[in-house]
Design a protein. Structure first.
Length: 225
């Protein structure tokens, strides 16, 4: 894909990715280090432990990042949709292997951006650096919140809280019960039972690859610290 085509496509993310903060010369350089990649549902973008040389921005679709232990158990640590970064630690750490596995939840297109070219642009632009650090700061705070939840909340509370958080995003996320289980550090069987109980009590409606929250207040009352 030609540079100008990539720039035009990237420009459609202006409402969530402030590319306009870059001077024209840097927009051109960044586009020169960028490629568009398309993935199928459940296709892996990169595996935990892979060498890292690029970071990514979601153009359309949904990506989940998983941590896997030596027994193959998964922990879903983040979800990334339109305009959001993932794999961006490569910008700050050279020659460090991927610390998670990125998988496309649905058919997804991403911008793949080379580390060295984007690093040169960031070094020249304070506003771009500030934007990147703000994104990283939000991600760190979110991870800290997850650690607190695992430490202080039981499984029922963690699921109720996660369902509320997902609902507040304002758009349906096509998550399976396996995804929900890995997001809260539980099993599919336990999640299935809890969802059935929440649905029976009128808190949620379980649809195919989606859980619709009907009664947020009641779900919040299930969160017991």
């Amino acid at each position: 894909m030609k540079i100008e085509e990539l720039r035009k496509i990237a420009g459609t993310l202006a409402d969530v990715l402030p590319i306009e903060i870059l001077p024209e010369i840097d927009r051109q350089e960044l586009a020169g280090h960028m490629a568009m990649r398309k993935f199928k549902q459940d296709e892996v973008v990169y595996h935990q432990g892979d060498p890292a040389a690029h970071w990514f921005v979601v153009f359309e679709g949904l990506v989940k990042v998983l941590l896997l232990d030596e027994n193959g158990r998964e922990l879903l640590i983040s979800l990334h949709s339109r305009g959001e970064f993932f794999g961006e630690l490569v910008i700050f750490e050279d020659k460090v292997p991927r610390d998670g596995t990125a998988v496309c939840v649905i058919p997804t297109s991403v911008f793949q951006i080379e580390r060295d070219g984007s690093l040169a642009v960031l070094r020249r632009n304070e506003e771009a650096r500030k934007h990147m650090f703000e994104r990283l700061s939000r991600n760190i705070r979110k991870l800290e919140g997850q650690v607190e939840d695992f430490a202080f909340l039981d499984v029922t509370s963690r699921l109720a809280k996660y369902l509320v958080e997902v609902a507040r995003l304002g758009r349906p996320l096509p998550l399976t019960q396996d995804d929900l289980a890995s997001a809260i550090g539980s099993t599919r069987m336990t999640v299935n039972k809890l969802l059935a109980d929440f649905e029976r009590r009128g808190f949620i409606n379980v649809e195919r690859r989606n859980v619709r929250v009907l009664d947020e207040k009641s779900l919040l009352r299930e969160i017991r610290v």
